[in-house]
Ligand binder design. Sequence first.
Ligand code: 4GY
Length: 234
Amino acid sequence: MWIDLLTLFPEMFSGVFGNSILKRAQDNGLLRIEATNIRDFARDKHRSVDDKPYGGGVGMVMMCQPFFDAVESLQQQKPEVDEIILLTPQGQKFDQQLAERLARKQRLILMAGHYEGFDERIRTNLATMEISIGDYVLTGGEIPAMIVVDTIARLVPGVLGSAESHLEESFGENGENGENLLEYPQYTRPSDFRGMEVPEVLLSGNHERIRKWRLDQARERTRQRRPDLLNETE
Ligand code: 4GY
């Protein structure tokens, strides 16, 4: 999978994508993540990417031209771009199900904005979808873009090693009929830490009892903390 990020701050991405699992995935050729500076597509001598809002008001609005030119330049290369995604609080709420759908695509462009927002024509005539990571407002779209890329990337086959598998976890299929459950409690050594003991069942070696206990814990925890997940059907 190939992901291009359009941003005013490409350096923000190097720490997040230049380490650990996503670094390894790029080195192995499973993933290609490139951050492009929108300002490289500015045309005037001040390299402007924003301008005053028509109709007046505070703040600046990100201009159409640098975004349209940047996307058109990226589209010169094959394979074809599957989605052009704008990160904005006004978008479709991001969740694991949307991540799974995007993880099947070959090529994505993510656009991160700043200032007061985007010229509306970027939404309506350039983006193919708008995504929000949640109901709060950040200073820019870079952190939301990182969250979307990180979530999608680990679903790409081969990106996680077998020790890091994502098939048995919260929002995976933890339950019996594809139930959407929170994780069951996990423990590691020692079995007694300052008098806090590991549940006996986990030390029993009885794999069927352990499996039932975990499923039970996952269901109870989901019922208490996230009852909304129990009524969700994927
Ligand atoms: N929440 N989900 C979000 C955001 C802030 C463009 C400047 C969010 O995705 N993006 O809070 N973005 C940006 C949006 C103008 C501020």
